[in-house]
Design a protein around this ligand. Structure first.
Ligand code: HEC
Length: 109
């Protein structure tokens, strides 16, 4: 039990340390997203891209995974989802998805 607790604690500390660097990586990754979602994640209706600023990272992570895996944006009737799906493909690693999602959560108005 003690070993498990230590493991959980050290993982928590480790992931907290990662977060600081991740925001910078996320900011760089967000450059592509800004074209449609706006520089501050405010959204752009003309491009059908919703506001994502301040969204909880866990939700953004799940949506990006859904787009990447074809759960969203693969049905030809899902016109706007199909515009977003290729964008999720540029996030090649889980780390990249985590980073950009963490950065989006920090955006706000
Ligand atoms: C070509 C324009 C375009 C680019 C670039 C783009 N998106 Fe999107 N995004 C969209 C559209 C359009 C939707 C709406 C999809 C729908 O209606 O289902 C969307 C939806 C989303 C959603 C779902 C929001 C929700 O609440 O369901 C997330 C998250 C998202 N985009 C994140 C990103 C990220 C992160 C990037 C950069 C890697 C990015 N987008 C780049 C057009 C774009």
């Amino acid at each position: 039990m003690k070993v498990k607790l230590l493991l959980v604690l050290s993982l928590t500390i480790f992931s907290n340390q990662l977060l600081a660097q991740d925001l910078e990586a996320g900011r760089v990754l967000y450059g592509t997203c800004a074209a449609c979602h706006g520089p501050n994640g405010e959204g752009l209706e003309a491009l059908n891209a919703p506001k994502i600023a301040g969204q909880q990272a866990w939700y953004t992570v799940r949506q990006l995974q859904n787009f990447k895996n074809g759960v969203r944006g693969s049905d030809p009737r899902d016109i706007y989802g199909q515009q977003m799906a290729p964008m999720a493909q540029i996030l090649t690693t889980d780390q990249a998805i985590q980073d950009v999602s963490a950065y989006i959560e920090t955006l706000g108005d």
